[in-house]
Design a protein around this ligand. Structure first.
Ligand code: FCB
Length: 437
């Protein structure tokens, strides 16, 4: 194994989302979903990592780990618990948190919608409601007006594809009503919501950098049969392209235009935001519910605690595909792995950052990398058992403890790459886990 160093400037940091770490909020739809017993092991989002109370302590950890940038989300349900009534106290609490980051020289990137939303919004049909884009725009305006002196970098929507897959196709996300039509309706409204937010942010902060965060799943197949090729086209179109075309270019692919009006062509992203975790095998299927495609996991590979294949090349393939299409700076807004024993996270980081370094050598402008996540947290319907953190959380005492992989990542930031000594110190004893979900 040989080390590497980054040939261009890149900011390295980590990411979180409000409901996954904050705890204490009962106005968001994930709390209600928890109360309905929909989270693994009967767990609830209400505890989180107690970050709402412990944020100062957590910022100390972020500083200690030498993070240069930090991606966080603001919780819509806290800021607008009742439609049209904004909570200044919650807003000020976010201001305080962001100010502390800035004082420590850490650049904040703020996400406006990261899977969670107020219960009142869900009860209006959420993104199926044709007024949802304008309702989201009002929330955006309030947040941006209140943070305009502190925050320049924004992500409007986190993973519209995964969000809609969870709520409209698979039903593991609230409100759990599945319908293929809702998937496309929701996509159309999310696209319009993104565009309205993009424009609003630029109106308030002309020099802002605004984008959307796309979950890029690397779709692959074992054979090249016609059926497989068609299945791959369908899945890429419905999972990636409708959002890329819509959110980057204002182009509504069929059938989105049936549900949403008033979207004009334009440039609506300032960077390519990409979350990358794994490769997915694709084959054809007869099931309409999954849009005639079936996803599987490749055999004889390496897997994380949740059985997701570890496939670092997918990150560079994805970035190349998107970069040559849009020629914008690339921000890797999430990349990480659940590894409760911290046995292979270091190697995971090494392998993925080595891909990043190769792309930088080729001249692809990757400006940022955010590790998911700074700490263990509430992994949506899977609850607290997946451990994604550079920092371990003991949920009974809420004690934080930096993992060895966290120390490794800190040294990568300090050294602008990985030295031979670091390989000896951190990667020699690691072996990858073969567990399946
Ligand atoms: C992504 C989500 C993030 C986290 C990671 C593991 O899809 O954006 O909140 O749950 O997966």
């Amino acid at each position: 194994m040989k080390g590497f160093s980054f040939s261009k400037d890149i900011l390295l940091g980590s990411a979180t989302a409000s409901v996954q770490i904050e705890g204490g909020d009962k106005n968001n739809n994930w709390y209600r979903w928890s109360e309905r017993g929909k989270i693994a092991n009967g767990e609830s989002s209400i505890g989180g990592c107690d970050h709402w109370r412990l944020f100062k302590e957590d910022i100390e950890l972020i500083k200690e780990l030498k993070q240069e940038t930090y991606r966080m989300s603001v919780e819509w349900a806290r800021i607008e618990p009742v439609q049209g009534q904004f909570n200044k106290v919650a807003m000020d609490r976010y201001r305080e948190e962001i100010q502390l980051l800035i004082d420590a020289g850490i650049i904040p990137l703020v996400t406006l919608h990261h899977f969670s939303e107020p219960i009142w919004f869900e009860d209006m049909g959420s993104w199926n409601n044709k007024k949802s884009p304008e309702i989201f725009e009002k929330f955006t305006e309030y947040v941006v007006e209140n943070l305009k002196d502190l925050v320049e970098d924004w992500a409007t929507i986190n993973e519209p594809n995964v969000y809609l897959q969870g709520r409209s196709l698979e039903g593991n996300f609230p409100p759990g009503k599945t319908s293929t039509i809702d998937y496309f309706k929701g996509a159309g409204n999310l696209i319009k919501g993104h565009i309205l937010a993009y424009k609003k942010i630029h109106e308030v902060i002309p020099k802002a950098k605004v984008g959307v965060v796309l979950h890029y799943a690397y779709f692959d197949s074992k054979d090249n049969k016609t059926g497989t090729r068609i299945a791959k086209k369908i899945v890429k179109r419905n999972f990636h392209e409708i959002f890329l075309k819509g959110m980057f270019e204002g182009k509504l692919l069929f059938p989105l235009g049936l549900f949403v009006k008033g979207v004009k062509l334009g440039d609506y992203c300032d960077y390519i935001g990409i979350n990358y975790y794994s490769r997915h095998g694709v084959k054809s299927s007869r099931k309409i519910s999954m849009l005639f495609t079936e996803i599987y996991v490749f055999e004889n590979s390496k897997y994380n605690d949740l059985g997701w294949e570890i496939y670092p090349e997918g990150l560079s393939k994805g970035i190349e595909e998107l970069y040559y299409q849009y020629r914008l700076p690339v921000w890797i807004t999430e990349n990480g792995t659940p590894d409760h024993k911290d046995k292979f996270r270091g190697k995971f980081i090494f392998d993925h950052l080595r891909e990043v370094s190769k792309l930088l050598d080729k001249g692809i402008p990757i400006e940022r990398y955010y590790h998911w996540s700074i700490m263990d947290n509430f992994e949506w319907d899977l609850g607290y058992s997946p451990r994604f953190g550079l920092v371990e959380i003991d949920y009974s005492s809420m004690e934080r403890k930096i993992r060895k992989s966290g120390e490794f990542y800190r040294e990568i930031i300090e050294n602008n790459g990985v030295t031979q000594e670091m390989i000896e110190k951190y990667l020699k004893v690691e072996s990858e886990n073969e567990n399946r979900r």
